[in-house]
Write a protein that binds this ligand. Structure first.
Ligand code: COA
Length: 288
């Protein structure tokens, strides 16, 4: 799909994306690159990084891939240093690396819980912390979150807890680093997005169909939808946005089954009004 943004809105900028080799992270990398940014992507798997870098370069994007695991502080530091060596600065840090699997809470080991907290929450903090020295010169951070923890989500206790922590650190860093250094820190909370590990791994087809039926906008999201939100937040368009997590899910997280048809509600409502008008004086309306 064609971007509604001008092609040079990120000209001269440098973006580093964790988890940038695939899924939503890759799509954001590609769109930041198509809009002028040079791109470094970080990931654990060399073959995934290599093919992502080739794809980015074939789009005319100045791109490099750097192996590393966000759970290791030394990897975070090395990846950021390599980005600076290659491109001279860092303007946009996108924390998109995430771990996930479906598991009932009673079957999840404490180490399984910790693994996802380590990747999503501590990994995000570590990357932000290591990048601060460079971002102080004029940078912004985007943390990829989720909507799982807004209510509660079956078999996702670990990810819900991790993303709740991510949202909290987005706000705390926005406050501290926004005030002290002018660094804007925001998040994006995607809903179910087609063709991502999150959906293929975690949403069986029948659940996907139900999500479609319950969705306010009646469709699954596309990676492009998330990339456009990232462009908005990373560019000057988002200059006054700090500390927010933008939900990009077509309103799905608000969805719940319709308990009454529109016709039935009109009827019930009319009857309730009629009863209220005809009630004897002195009977409190709340008792009707
Ligand atoms: N169900 C239950 N527990 C699981 C699990 C699953 N499907 N997958 C991992 N775990 C547990 C392991 O049992 C282990 O705990 P234990 O030591 O008590 O047994 C712990 O998590 C660590 O597992 P391990 O396989 O050593 O971790 P890892 O670092 O190699 O990989 C992930 C863990 C989460 C990163 C892995 O699932 C992964 O690589 N995911 C790809 C990223 C992804 O799916 N992203 C989607 C984003 S929505």
């Amino acid at each position: 799909m064609e971007s509604p943004f001008k092609g040079d809105i990120l000209k001269g900028k440098v973006g580093l994306l964790t988890g940038g080799g695939s899924g939503i992270g890759y799509e954001i990398a590609a769109e930041l690159g198509k809009h002028g940014a040079s791109i470094a992507i970080m990931g654990r798997r060399k073959h995934v990084l290599d093919s992502a870098v080739s794809a980015l370069q074939s789009l005319g994007i100045h791109a490099i891939g750097i192996e590393g695991d966000v759970r290791k502080r030394e990897d975070a530091a090395r990846v950021i240093e390599t980005t600076i060596t290659q491109f001279g600065k860092l303007d946009i840090l996108v924390n998109a690396a995430a771990g996930n699997f479906l598991v009932p809470a009673e079957n999840l080991s404490p180490n399984g819980f910790r693994t996802v907290i380590d990747i999503d929450a501590i990994g995000t903090f570590t990357m932000c912390h290591e990048a601060l020295i460079y971002l102080k010169k004029g940078g912004t951070i985007i943390n990829i979150s989720a909507t799982l923890h807004y209510t509660a989500t079956w078999y996702q206790i670990h990810v819900s807890a991790a993303k709740a922590a991510v949202d909290s650190l987005t706000r705390s860093l926005a406050l501290e680093w926004g005030t002290d250094y002018g660094i804007r820190v925001n998040g994006i909370a995607p809903g179910p997005i087609d063709d991502t590990a999150g959906v293929t791994k975690l949403l069986p087809d029948d659940v996907k169909r139900k999500s479609r039926e319950a969705s306010a906008l009646y469709r699954m999201g596309k990676k492009w939808d998330i990339a456009m939100a990232a462009l908005y937040l990373a560019s000057d368009a988002g200059n006054f946005v700090n500390g927010t997590t933008l939900v990009v899910d077509g309103g799905i997280w608000l969805s719940n089954p319709r308990h009454m048809s529109k016709e039935a509600v009109k009827q019930v409502s009319k009857e309730a009004e009629k009863r209220s008008r005809n009630a004897p004086v002195g009977v409190a309306k709340s008792n009707l």
